[in-house]
Design a protein around this ligand. Structure first.
Ligand SMILES: C[C@H](O)CC(=O)C(=O)O
Ligand SMILES: [Mn+2]
Length: 341
């Protein structure tokens, strides 16, 4: 029986949430979550290292469990849901993509920094050849003008992406900025438009509704806000709000609420709150996945993690430059030592 959906939600807790649990998911956890999400009727469930396939490394954080094992486990229990994988060209390879497809992944989500769409061409084309539904996405979208964003999105469309997403990776955009950007994308592209928010400024839901109002029909959510920084648009809340708005997602509200409460809450190392550090991510426009790296560096060098994040924002450091976090912390600690003499 096919389910009526006007809007398609991709649940990202098993990928974006990997950042929040320092990539420590076990096969048992992924199996339990993917099964429950499948039973709730979530159409797409993303499973990968937080930084995508191939992300397990000293630079990005070592995974506890091989992600292919997690993907295989999720595929085996997700029922009629589709497993999606995330790939950042330069980290994830074509070989990784092929392996995930072989294990039963049905969607590839291929992303680049907002000004670098051209590096996604080969990955998008391969995903299409593998018969995968293909999403192209642009990260850190607050860092580019509307004109630049549209130019880059058109490239993703020209490579064959079925859907183009705008990612507010830092949770830095305000609702009117989301509106303007999604409106421009809708005017300029023929493919589906998607939006991925972070809740660092407590605006994920407001921004998501602004995006939907302007024509986005693909939305990312993380159940119980289990995503990087303060998490993403909270899936179960989004489902409830859309239901009140008369927009069908095909997701069972009670089942998704139960999954959040009974399965996800016990996995969380701490409740997903807007802490002073996650607030600074949004305020300073810093990549949400830098949070734990910056907190570790702050501890190591005996400085305030907010100072590191503010400096990273000032220097416009982007995904892939995680090594800069320690450099910035060391420099701040050195200056602190000099000025305190
Ligand atoms: C690899 C990143 O964590 C992708 C993402 O979720 C974002 O940019 O936000
Ligand atoms: Mn994210």
């Amino acid at each position: 029986m096919s389910i009526e959906r006007e809007l398609f939600i991709t649940e990202v807790a098993l990928r974006d949430g990997s950042h929040a649990v320092a990539h420590q998911y076990t096969t048992e956890q992924v199996t339990q979550v993917a099964k429950a999400l499948g039973e709730a009727g979530v159409p797409y469930i993303e499973v990968s290292h937080g930084d995508g396939l191939g992300g397990s490394s000293l630079q990005y954080g070592l995974s506890r469990t091989n992600e292919m094992e997690l993907i295989e486990a999720a595929v085996s229990v997700c029922g009629s849901s589709n497993i999606a994988v995330l790939v950042l060209p330069g980290i994830g390879t074509i070989k990784d993509l092929k392996e995930a497809a072989k294990l039963g992944a049905k969607m590839a989500r291929i992303g680049t920094h907002v000004t670098e769409a051209d590096v996604a061409a080969q990955h998008i084309q391969t995903a299409k050849e593998l018969g995968l539904e293909t999403v192209g996405f642009l990260m850190m979208s607050h860092m580019a003008s509307v004109h630049k964003l549209v130019e880059q999105a058109k490239l993703l469309e020209s490579y064959g992406a079925d859907t183009v997403y705008m990612f507010d990776s830092a949770g830095a955009l305000l609702p009117h900025e989301v509106k303007e950007r999604i409106h421009a994308l809708r005017q300029s592209l023929s493919v589906n438009i998607g939006f991925h928010a972070h809740n660092n400024l407590s605006l994920a839901l407001a921004n998501t509704l602004a995006a939907i109002e302007e024509g986005a029909t693909r939305i990312d959510g993380s159940i119980r806000c289990l995503g990087a920084g303060a998490g993403n648009t909270q899936t179960e809340v989004l489902v409830a709000v859309l239901d009140r708005m008369g927009i069908s997602t095909g997701i069972d509200l009670y089942k998704i609420m139960d999954t959040a409460e009974e399965i996800i809450a016990p996995i969380l190392q701490a409740p997903q709150e807007i802490t002073r550090d996650s607030l600074v991510l949004g305020y300073a426009g810093v990549y949400s996945s830098f949070l734990l790296h910056a907190q570790r560096a702050a501890k190591k060098f005996g400085i305030d993690s907010r100072d590191i994040l503010i400096e990273l924002g000032r220097q416009k450091v982007v995904g892939g430059q995680e090594d800069m976090i320690v450099d910035v912390a060391a420099e701040l600690a050195k200056n602190k030592a000099i000025y305190s003499v």
